[in-house]
Design a protein around this ligand. Structure first.
Ligand code: NAD
Length: 479
């Protein structure tokens, strides 16, 4: 039985892509499970002058791909209200405050507020400051949800954080990293803790190297303008890949609560071995996609809203080292890129031959598939763990354990409503991730790359394979 939640959501950017593609479907699915029922309302804000009815029709439209129960969708949409809003206009915040108070009464929401920033990052600080100056906060809970990117560098992230913390405490800020909402990433800690042999093996005695791959098969599509300001380093490595490393490399937490988990995660980020500028080209490789072999797919430089001479990277691979007693000398190889052969998110843990002591064959690789397989299999020696019949890893008896279809945004929305911060990025983690990435960005910005350097639908530039070969290793997943 779902535990019904209460809140008024204020979605800044309610007419945008993120709201329609991710937030409304996630809220709807929570409505269907009963997590949201009677006691919630959503105020969508954006600049355009829309009526509630029109706004509701866009919300229903956004659900058409996931359901055909029109009656349910109409009932759901009755909880939605529209407020035209310019982020810099104080009067608009007063109107928002009044509408939210009215909806508190109408839906009995306990004066709880979720302020969701589905707008361009340059507005995050302005909106938060107006929430403060116009007194929007209530005596219920007040939670601010921030989408990526959280800054463009360590300095700009600090600036953004200071502007937010004038209004919201760290406790009230939920920094979204939707990879942390994915089922297999969320299960990783439980799987570790339920499998003492695996837990015992996750250290430099038994692990040869760890590989994290987040590959995409698509190019930049219609997001060339955004991508030109980001590149894969800021878009994927600084946040998603770093957070996955945090989950794999952290020590066993004292308890499974947010404070305990973030305490051990913080230690991982504190131990990141930041590169010297002259080490960047040794340990990191960047790439940009060219056409595919048939010439049907465009090169990155020919995409819409992309500079024809762009030096933005669409692929990066690197070797990240941690300086702590658990992981000293174990490379964490990471890579992410667009226009790779398929979309795949996976963690490959390659053990050395000492793993025999724990009952596994030498050089076994344990593979955690995050997507698109939705964690449907874990391979030991390339064989599905059930068939491999290993004692090393076992899973709950429930045959539907891997069937979890809940979208990342649904999981995270529930966490926000429950005040559970386990799967959100804390400020101290983020600072270290930026310090790490800034060195690479600065070095790359000072050198002219030889782009494009990989063909679309391939595994990236050859240098990505050579990076591992130099250490006597190779990528486990190689198309
Ligand atoms: P979008 O351009 O589709 O939507 C932006 C929204 O902001 C619109 O509703 C627009 O009306 C509103 N807006 C713009 N200027 C405004 C102003 N002056 N006052 C009030 N409202 C204004 O953008 P999006 O793709 O939905 O992205 C929103 C945020 O989410 C961005 O921070 C983006 O980086 C982040 N994000 C988006 C995605 C995605 O898949 N779209 C994924 C991850 C993160």
């Amino acid at each position: 039985m779902a535990n019904e939640k209460r809140a008024v959501f204020i979605i800044f950017g309610g007419s945008g892509d993120l709201a329609h593609r991710k937030l409304y479907p996630a809220l709807y699915n929570l409505y269907k499970t009963g997590d949201l029922k009677e006691h919630f309302a959503v105020i969508g804000t954006a600049r355009r002058p829309w009526s509630d009815d029109y706004y509701r029709s866009t919300v229903v439209e956004s659900l058409k791909d996931i359901d055909d129960d029109e009656k349910m969708m109409e009932e759901f949409a009755k909880h939605f209200f529209y407020q035209s809003h310019d982020v810099t206009d104080s009067d608009h915040y007063i109107a928002l405050k009044q509408l939210a108070a009215k909806l508190d009464d109408q839906f009995d929401t306990g004066s709880n507020r979720v302020y969701y920033m589905a707008i361009a990052p340059r507005f995050f600080g302005t909106v938060a400051e107006h929430i403060n100056s116009e007194g929007l906060k209530t005596n219920g809970f007040n939670r601010l949800v921030i989408e990526k990117p959280f800054g463009r560098s360590f300095d700009s992230a600090c600036e953004l954080n200071s502007s937010l913390t004038k209004t919201f405490s760290e406790e009230e800020i939920y920094r979204m990293d939707h990879y942390l909402g994915k089922f297999m990433v969320q299960q990783f800690t439980n799987i570790r803790l339920n499998n003492p042999q695996l837990e015992k093996a996750l250290n430099n005695q038994y692990v040869s190297n760890v590989q994290v791959t987040l590959s995409e098969s698509l190019g930049v599509e219609d997001r060339g303008g955004y991508y030109e300001t980001a590149g894969v380093l800021r878009d994927m490595i600084q946040n998603h890949i770093m957070q996955i490393i945090g989950a794999v490399a952290m020590d066993k937490p004292a308890k499974l609560d947010s404070d305990s988990i973030h305490e051990v995660k913080r230690d991982v980020f504190d131990s990141l071995k930041v590169l010297q500028p002259d080490e960047v080209d040794r340990d990191f490789v960047r790439g940009q996609y060219d056409e595919d072999a048939t010439g049907k797919l465009k090169a990155y430089r020919d995409e819409d809203n992309v500079d024809p001479k762009s030096n933005i990277e669409t692929f990066a691979a690197g070797k990240i080292m941690l300086e702590n007693s658990r992981w000293d000398n174990v490379p964490f190889y990471v890579r992410s890129g667009k226009r790779m052969p398929v979309k795949s998110s996976r963690i490959d843990i390659v053990f050395n031959d000492k793993i025999k002591e724990l009952g596994l064959n030498p050089n076994t690789t344990v593979i955690f598939l995050i997507e698109p397989e939705n964690g449907s299999s874990i391979l030991v020696n390339g064989i599905d763990y059930k068939e491999a019949n290993q004692d090393f890893i076992s899973f709950p008896e429930d045959p539907h354990f891997f069937d979890n279809e809940r979208e990342a945004y649904e999981n995270l929305m529930i966490d926000i409503l429950d005040g559970n911060k386990i799967h959100f990025t804390l400020w101290n983690e983020l600072q270290n991730a930026w310090k790490y990435v800034d060195v690479i960005r600065n070095q790359w910005d000072n050198e002219t790359p030889d782009f494009p350097n990989y063909m679309s639908k391939t595994m990236g530039p050859d240098a990505a394979a050579e990076l591992l070969e130099r250490d006597g290793n190779s990528w486990v997943w190689d198309d």
